[in-house]
Design a protein around this ligand. Sequence first.
Ligand SMILES: Nc1ncnc2c1ncn2[C@@H]1O[C@H](COP(=O)(O)OP(=O)(O)O)[C@@H](O)[C@H]1O
Ligand SMILES: [Mg+2]
Length: 511
Amino acid sequence: MDDIILRAEKITKIYPGTVALDEVNFNIYRGKVNALIGENGAGKSTLMKILAGVEQYTDGTLLLNGKEIAPKSPREAESLGIGIIYQELNLFPNLSVSENIHMAHEITRGGMVIKHGEQEKRAAGLLARLEQPINPRTLVANLRIGQQQIVEIAKALSQEMQILIMDEPTSALSTSEVEILFRVIQELKAQGVSIVYISHKLDELLQIADYVTVLRDGELVAESPMEKVNLRWIVQSMVGHDTAVSYTPPKHDFGEEILRVENLTLERPGKVQAYLLDHVSFSLRAGEIVGIYGLMGAGRTELFETLMGLHPHAGGEIWLAGQKVEMKAAINQRIQTGMMLIPEDRQREGLVQTLSVSHNMLLASLRNYLARFYLSSAKEKANVDRLIKELAIKVSNPQNLISSLSGGNQQKVVVAKALLTSPKLLLMDEPTRGIDVGAKAEIFSIMSELAKRGLGIIFVSTELKEVMAMADRILVMAKGRITAEMSRLEATEQALVEASVIGHELIKTGV
Ligand SMILES: Nc1ncnc2c1ncn2[C@@H]1O[C@H](COP(=O)(O)OP(=O)(O)O)[C@@H](O)[C@H]1O
Ligand SMILES: [Mg+2]
């Protein structure tokens, strides 16, 4: 049995009218990643705020290394070695990255004068550890949400805590940023730091958690070492019962078949009889939105890459609007025939940060203008203005640098860029990752609108609820195969998760 650094015993928290926590027991194992999971409102953040001194419990006991504690403020929790990365961003937008990282922990000369130079050097070091070359003097207001989340993480790292709580730290991060965070978590573990990790992304938990505790409606449901449980157990504990979605899909008719994929295969390099894509077949009609759900490594990315022509050696057949697409056809040929991909990591692949909004939009479609309109700048301008209006992109002037826009508006520019190529089929990789709730809703309504105009849309998401809300039809992938297909009305969380773990080594006997 591993050593317990912090034990919460029968913690109850009552807010006026709500029992947020009802006699909850929670253990934090020393030097381990302790995952805390549960649906929205289960009480996860409340429990963590109590440990971090932000809130005080109504009843119960907290034991740190066997000694009772009752932190009355974040300051007091920090002095006990407990730090937290909050779910809501907690930064001062009008201060610099460095000032935020050192807030309430300034490096001073004689306790009076802040040594900005020294702070900036230290901030730069922390950001380098997180592989984010942000200038420490940048105002936080000028960072996109994902970068602000990284500054929160840097701030927490700067204080060398023995317990570090991370409340949904990856909600705004891209896949590559998540990988960097996971590497840092491994380093912290190796240094003996105990981590509490809250996330509703099940594939993240599989990757990093050592222990898992489940809360439901303010009550402890179960605690277990990760290796003793499987995904099915986690989902069942979280959800309690199976829930069907209650959305009414907006009614619109589908048109002709726009995409047909038959027996698409991609071999795993170096392995015989091992497939990254294992005989994938499906079709999509104009006006239809298909969501692909699957865990990391299911083959979602490879499917999009193969459709876009990045794997000329793939096997199988693809038809776009009735026309056969040769496997050897390169990406620009595929764009010309009407396929377009909106990549997940828009900072890296989707946008050129040093160009203006207008330039970024025109990047992919310049070929179109050259061929058809001899690069008419009037035409360009009209199209850019039209899309800024149609997609409600908040920018005062299209000549402004793309980096001055919020994450949600940058994502809309990526969509605009794709639309200027006049696609018939739009592939969207995690279209709402790293943008705020309001912008998510806007991206959803843009997707519906595009489908209504006859585009076929395939999107990939690791967020169950998003897939269930947005897709007319859902395909589940696991281990390179399509393991289930269901309409939005048939889909349940349980069925989706079950199909996503078919063939996974992690399916062990339940607890
Ligand atoms: N400051 C507060 N005042 C009143 N109720 C609150 C407050 N904070 C949280 N709650 C309630 O407590 C419950 C647990 O919330 P929370 O801990 O944020 O859940 P989770 O983080 O698991 O989504 C919810 O019903 C929420 O509405
Ligand atoms: Mg929460």
